[in-house]
Design a protein around this ligand. Structure first.
Ligand code: HAM
Length: 420
């Protein structure tokens, strides 16, 4: 093999892409039901945007950015889309257009991670961002939206974990409390965590090293650092989740790997996934709009990993998809091929999905190809049919066949469609 796709990237071949389309089309429908509109931002951004938004000492900014240097400018393949969307919101003064802007997006993200099952270097997000309000019901609405996308993709076995980080002051207090609690264990942490304790202590809570995880699990932790406003906000989020019937678990040590979060954070996990068990995650980022040069606006969002969603509901998706062709035309001979081209054109002009069998071979082999294409009908045109101005229409679903005048073909297929 001369070339392969780069490590940590995947070709999505047609059989697989039909599953993607199923998820994407269902998701677009859900987004529109919830009042979200699509936003598309560039795949490259200035590198500084992410350092400023996600934080200098996050894993993404420290280790995972695909950087592109062009003359004196430094760009990056976007590792996530929240920062890009807030950048666009500020750049285009979208706060003047609507009080709350509800965006959704779908597309590739890039992180230079060590590839493994469920962890890629190019992966895809389906995400939503609601910018313009600090109302706690919006947090619950976004969590509900994320769970709705997951259930409509066919998955029922997942867990929603929520927490509040509080405001910036509360986060500072949490950081001081953690430092105090972790200090006696410092020597037992991995080398990365020893650095994290000084630079960005919350990252210690995300460490996957078993020894670090054990120390974290042994901590007795109380949310004493959360101020009363933030506590009230969190209680309202939980009450709204109860009202929506979303089941959740509160984990006071859930912090998430990006610095822009304040108040609500959440993660949705699935047992179907193995070590990389997060299907998606999100939270509130009330300071980011201002941080990127805009006015003070509350915001909340989430992103689901499409590859992980597909991994978790593999079987169920394949039941719902599969490409479906309505008519596969098989011409027998040179003269029939010419006629078939105009028949094909008529079918397609009438909105009937159809294709032509250009390859030679026995009729049996050609019918097998029609079957592989999952075609409902197969139209055979040979010299006899040409002479009579008809085609032999095989109904693959009913295993029946009849001669149909070519002038009546479109009507015939359309009326059979409505019978199925
Ligand atoms: P995140 O947790 O970094 O959040 O990514 C969200 C989801 O993307 C993860 O839960 C996981 O399913 C998937 N994911 C992340 N990295 C990879 C990878 N290397 N390979 C495969 N899947 C991956 C964010 O990116 C935030 N922007 C979410 C957000 C939106 N918060 C507020 N608004």
């Amino acid at each position: 093999m001369l070339f392969q796709s780069p490590r940590g990237t995947k070709d999505i071949l047609p059989e697989e892409s039909s599953k993607w389309q199923t998820i994407e089309s269902r998701t677009r429908k859900i987004f529109s039901i919830f009042g979200f509109e699509e936003i598309r931002t560039p795949l490259i951004e200035e590198a500084k945007l992410f350092a400023r938004s996600l934080g200098d000492f996050t894993d993404i900014v420290q280790k995972q950015m695909f950087l592109i240097k062009k003359e004196t400018d430094m760009f990056v393949l976007r590792p996530e889309a929240t920062a890009s969307i807030v950048r666009a919101y500020v750049e285009h003064d979208l706060y003047n257009i609507s009080n709350i802007c509800k965006f959704y997006y779908m597309g590739p993200m890039f992180r230079a991670e060590r590839p493994q099952k469920g962890r890629l270097r190019q992966f895809h997000h389906i995400g939503a961002e609601a910018i313009g309000s600090a109302n706690p019901f919006l947090d619950a609405e976004l969590i509900l939206l994320a769970t709705r996308i997951i259930t409509e993709s066919g998955l029922s076995d997942f867990e929603v974990v929520v927490n509040t980080l509080g405001c910036q002051d509360d986060k500072k207090k949490m950081s001081a409390n953690l430092k105090e609690k972790l200090a006696p264990h410092k020597k037992s942490f991995c080398a990365d965590c020893v650095l994290r304790i000084d630079k960005n202590i919350f990252r210690v809570l995300d460490c996957k090293n078993p020894q670090c995880k054990d120390i974290i699990a042994s901590l007795s932790w109380a949310q004493t650092h959360i101020c009363s406003d933030c506590q009230k906000h969190f209680e309202s989020v939980l009450a709204a989740l109860d009202m929506f019937g979303v089941r959740y678990k509160v984990n006071p040590l859930l912090v998430r790997g990006l610095d822009y979060y304040t108040r609500t954070v959440f993660e949705i996990t699935s047992n179907e996934l193995g070590a990389q068990d997060a299907l998606g995650a999100g939270g509130r980022y009330d300071n980011l709009v201002e941080e990127l040069g805009g006015p003070s606006r509350g915001a909340v969002g989430f992103a689901l990993g499409v590859e992980r969603l597909l991994l978790a509901c593999r079987e169920k998706i394949s039941e719902m998809s599969g490409s479906f062709l309505e008519c596969y035309v098989i011409p027998l001979g040179e003269a029939a091929l010419k006629k078939s081209l105009s028949v094909l054109n008529d079918l397609r002009s009438a909105g009937i999905s159809s294709d032509l069998d250009y390859l030679e071979g026995s009729l049996k082999a050609r019918l097998r190809r029609a079957d592989k294409k999952n075609s409902r009908f197969c139209l055979i045109i040979g010299d006899n049919e040409l002479a009579k101005g008809v085609g032999l229409l095989k109904d693959m679903a009913r295993s029946s066949q009849e001669e149909v005048p070519l002038t009546e073909l479109v009507e015939k297929i359309k009326s059979s469609k409505s019978e199925v």
